[in-house]
Ligand binder design. Structure first.
Ligand code: ADP
Length: 577
């Protein structure tokens, strides 16, 4: 396969892979973005729903309390109000106020408790008649907190920013007394608004003082204009709202209920407040039920809005894409290697066919030539006739060996080779093989040394297969080591194995070639090999046959002057068949 063809195929695979990967990455990014937006919208929706639930719950409580106020018994309503305060955890303080500015209950100090004195101080603007009830109930925009200063001079309609004492602690006891006195004395003030019969029958006043929200509910008696009212206990109200604040998605962040001063009233989620980011991911206002209160959501570092889910998708997608690219590249690489091997094999097969044809043709030509000579009866000399007949016989044997090899190769390749395993005494078997080749060996000037083993060695083998192995190894020594003129054939025992060594004194096999010579069709790239006919099958067949009998043929790399092949077989106890 040419280099250009390989580059072409790789480009054909790499370009679409790169395009697909790029597009997939783009889609992944978009999907991650979309998922994150959807998840964020879902959480936002959840939080909005929670906020609506809280608003509904607060309005429900307020409506309930207002209805109760409206239904106060005309005779001794104070007793009923006191009972509520003492029994209903939602009621913190109660009051009765008559127009224009008469606070009937709680009583004046010292009869009032500390809490009642605080209560009067908190709502001094209302109780003194300086701030009309109607304005407090209706006119307050939820977004603009109306903070009430403890000082009598403070204007009730100032906003949080305008009020200098907003962040200051509540009034001291002495100041409180002063304020209450002022509130009660102000009823003589001519500026105090008179009772307006058109004012609403009741409502709720969100009142900001001492940096805190208070909720004051009131109803007016249509008969005599007296106002009955109560202050909500915010903590008790919140404890009713808390169940609304739990949700599954909270696992991915922190949900906080906080007031206008960013004070945390309740938190769901594990992150400590000091570790939260400076600004929340979302904030939903609880106005008008709880003006300036908010539910805020902080996504944790692995949660929504942090980009973590998108990064997670990108990471997973990236890994999958990398795997996809790696699989494509690996597949292409393996295919290329396989194709190259196939291509090399195909080339070797072609060479093999031409080599075998050449090897077949040479003995056939000799046989034909000498047979024709004899047939023509022109050779009358009996000595010559005998020599020609010997050549014909020798070349036929060579032909047979070659055909045997090719047939064995085909059987081995197709897994059809059958072995008739039997115990063989090695020494006589080796002698038999050598004497069968003695003529050829003698002609090539080869002396074979095969000292008999100290004690008889038996192997389990197929006679014909073992003969073929020995023949191939002897043939190779004669082909590739003719200058050594010597072949040593020795037998050793190693445990349960018998090792037969074929040692010649030729050029040997270079280390780089030693593992390749057993591959089928492989012929070493040396001038000697080029000069010598062969098919590259001899050693591959020898090893295949030996392995088929449970043994092996290996090359001994320790021999430096010549070659040494080892035939390894299982030993057997018994007699020669
Ligand atoms: P072939 O002899 O038909 O080429 P083989 O499988 O028998 O095929 O041998 C493979 C290669 O191993 C040969 O081409 C040769 O280069 C090398 N080889 C085998 N035997 C010897 C040896 N005794 N001495 C040197 N080289 C050898």
């Amino acid at each position: 396969m040419s280099k250009r063809a390989i580059i072409g195929y790789w480009l054909l695979i790499l370009l679409p892979t790169a395009l697909i990967s790029g597009y997939a990455w783009h889609m992944l990014d978009k999907t991650g973005e979309r998922l994150e937006t959807t998840a964020r919208e879902t959480v936002q929706q959840h939080i909005r729903t929670i906020a609506e639930g809280i608003q509904l719950a607060v309005s429900g409580v307020q409506e309930e309390l207002l209805t109760s106020l409206r239904q106060l018994p005309p005779e001794n309503p104070l007793r009923e109000l006191e009972r509520w305060r003492d029994t209903n955890p939602l009621v913190r303080n109660i009051f009765i106020w008559s127009p224009p500015d008469m606070l009937q209950y709680p009583p004046e100090p010292p009869a009032a408790t500390a809490e009642e004195q605080h209560f009067q101080t908190r709502y001094e603007g209302l109780f003194s008649g300086r701030i009309p009830w109607i304005a407090a109930s209706r006119g307050l925009r939820p977004e603009t907190p109306q903070y009430q200063l403890p000082a009598a001079s403070a204007r009730a309609d100032r906003t949080a920013d305008e009020v200098p004492g907003l962040k200051s602690p509540g009034p001291k006891a002495s100041e409180r007394q002063k304020v209450i006195r002022l509130a009660r004395s102000s009823r003589k003030s001519s500026a105090a608004p008179s009772f307006d019969s058109a004012m609403p029958q009741g409502g709720w006043i969100p009142w900001f003082t001492e940096n805190q929200l208070h909720l004051l509910g009131w109803t007016r008696s249509p008969a005599h204009g007296t106002i009955y009212g109560l202050e909500l206990e915010l903590i008790a109200l919140l404890s009713r709202l808390l169940p609304d604040l739990s949700a599954d998605f909270i696992e991915t962040g922190t949900l906080i209920l906080r007031d206008g001063q960013e004070r945390v009233w309740h938190q769901v989620g594990g992150t400590p407040p000091e570790e939260l980011p400076p600004s929340p991911a979302f904030a939903v206002s609880l106005s008008p039920a709880l003006p300036h209160w908010q539910i805020v959501w902080y996504a944790d570092s692995t949660g929504l809005g942090s980009g973590a889910s998108r990064r997670g998708i990108q990471l997973m997608g990236g890994i999958l894409l990398a795997l996809f690219c790696a699989a494509v590249l690996l597949g292409t690489l393996l295919l290329t290697l396989h194709a190259r091997r196939q291509w090399a094999n195909a080339r070797k097969k072609t060479t093999f066919v031409s080599n075998v044809s050449h090897e077949l043709k040479t003995p056939l030509t000799s046989i034909r030539m000498y047979a024709e000579l004899l047939e023509s009866r022109r050779v009358t000399d009996r000595g010559k006739q005998q020599r020609y007949l010997d050549i014909i016989a020798k070349e036929s044997r060579r032909l047979t060996r070659l055909v045997e090899n090719v047939l064995d190769f085909a059987r081995l390749e197709q897994g059809r080779k059958r072995y008739r395993m039997q115990p063989l005494a090695l020494a006589p078997f080796i002698d038999e093989c050598i004497s069968a080749q003695s003529l050829r060996l003698a002609e090539a000037g080869f002396a074979v040394h095969s000292p008999p083993p100290e004690s008889p060695v038996y192997v389990r083998a197929d006679r014909d297969a073992l003969k073929q192995i020995f023949l191939n190894l002897i043939d190779n020594s004669m082909k590739y080591a003719p200058q050594g003129h010597r072949l040593d054939l020795t037998v050793e025992q190693e445990g349960s194995l018998a090792i037969i060594r074929f040692r010649d004194y030729g050029p040997g096999i270079p280390p780089a070639q030693q593992h390749k010579i057993f591959e089928k069709f492989h012929r070493s790239d040396t001038s000697l090999t080029t000069r010598t006919p062969g098919s590259g099958l001899g050693l591959s067949i020898a090893r295949g046959l030996a392995r088929g009998m449970g043994g092996d043929v290996t090359y001994d790399p320790d021999i430096l002057d010549g070659s040494c092949f080892k035939v390894i077989l299982d030993r057997a106890e018994g007699k020669t068949a």
